[in-house]
Design a protein around this ligand. Structure first.
Ligand code: 5RP
Length: 236
C-alpha cells in the first residue's frame, strides 16, 4: 500500500534531520532547495541553537533557502567569499541507480548545480518515490532559459527529441521566473540513454543557462521510506 502524504512528509523530515547530523563545526554548507532540504535547514538551525555545532556558514541555492536559513539562524556566506564548500545537501526529483539526478522541480537547479560542483560532497536527500531505473521516467528535464531565447530554445529541444513545455506559475499569471530572472522549459524525453551526453547537448543550445541533469555529482544519497507506518532512513 502506498504511504500517505503525511507519512511521506515524515520520511522527508527524518531524512532532512539525519542529513543535518553530517554537518560539523566550522563547515561551509551548501543549503539546498525544496521541501526535503527545508527540513534539513530547520534541523541545522536547531543544532546550532542547541550548541551542538558552531561556526558553520551556509551557501544558499535559492531565495527560499536564504529565507529559511535566516529564520533558522544559520549565518550565510556567498561564492564571492568561499572557494570551496565542505558539504552540499540538496533534494532531487529523480535518482537513477548510478546516482545521476534530475533536479529543478523548484526551478533552482542552476544555483544548485554551481553549489554542488564546488562541494567536496553533494549529499542527496529524497524519499523513495524519487528512485527510478531510468532518468526521465517520472519527471521532465528542467531547462533554465534566457527570456529572449525561449522560442528558439524550445525549437532546438524539439529537434533533440524532447517535448518542451514552458513552466507556468501558480497564483501568478504567466511563466515561472527564476531567482535569476529567467524562464524554465520542462522537457519530456521518451528515453535518456546517455544523461551526460544529453546534459552537454542541452547546455550547448545558445540561450540555455543550465539544465537539471546532474551527472556524476552525487555522493551519499539518504533515502526516506516508510516501514510498518514508521519513517526510516537508509544511506546509499
Ligand atoms: C529544486 C530541486 C528540489 O531539490 C527538488 O525539486 C526536490 O524537492 P522536494 O524535496 O520538495 O521533493 O531540485 O530546484
Amino acid at each position: 500500500m502506498a504511504a500517505s502524504p503525511e507519512l511521506i512528509k515524515q520520511a522527508k523530515q527524518a531524512v532532512g534531520q539525519q542529513a543535518a547530523q553530517l554537518v560539523a563545526s566550522g563547515m561551509v554548507v551548501g543549503l539546498g532547495t525544496g521541501s526535503t532540504a527545508a527540513f534539513m535547514i530547520e534541523a541545522l538551525g536547531e543544532r546550532l541553537r542547541r550548541g551542538e555545532i558552531q561556526g558553520i556558514r551556509g551557501v544558499p541555492t535559492s531565495f527560499q533557502a536564504t529565507v529559511l536559513a535566516r529564520q533558522a539562524g544559520i549565518p550565510l556566506t556567498s561564492l564571492d567569499e568561499v572557494e570551496e564548500i565542505d558539504l552540499a545537501i540538496d533534494g532531487a526529483d529523480e535518482v537513477d541507480p548510478h546516482k545521476n539526478l534530475i533536479k529543478g522541480g523548484g526551478a533552482a537547479h542552476t544555483r544548485e548545480k554551481i553549489v554542488a560542483s564546488l562541494a567536496r560532497e553533494l549529499v542527496v536527500v529524497v524519499d523513495e518515490s524519487k528512485l527510478v531505473e531510468r532518468l526521465g521516467s517520472t519527471f521532465p528535464v528542467p531547462v533554465e532559459v534566457l527570456p529572449i531565447a525561449v522560442m528558439p530554445v524550445m525549437r532546438a529541444l524539439t529537434k533533440l527529441g524532447g517535448q518542451p513545455e514552458l513552466r507556468m506559475a501558480v497564483k501568478k499569471d504567466g511563466p515561472v521566473i527564476t531567482d535569476q530572472g529567467n524562464m524554465v522549459v520542462d522537457v519530456k524525453f521518451a528515453d535518456i540513454p546517455d544523461p551526460a551526453a544529453l546534459e552537454a547537448r542541452i547546455n550547448n543550445i545558445p540561450g540555455v543557462v543550465e539544465n537539471g541533469l546532474f551527472v556524476g555529482l552525487a555522493g551519499r544519497v539518504l533515502v526516506g521510506h516508510v516501514v510498518d507506518g514508521h519513517p526510516q532512513v537508509r544511506v546509499w
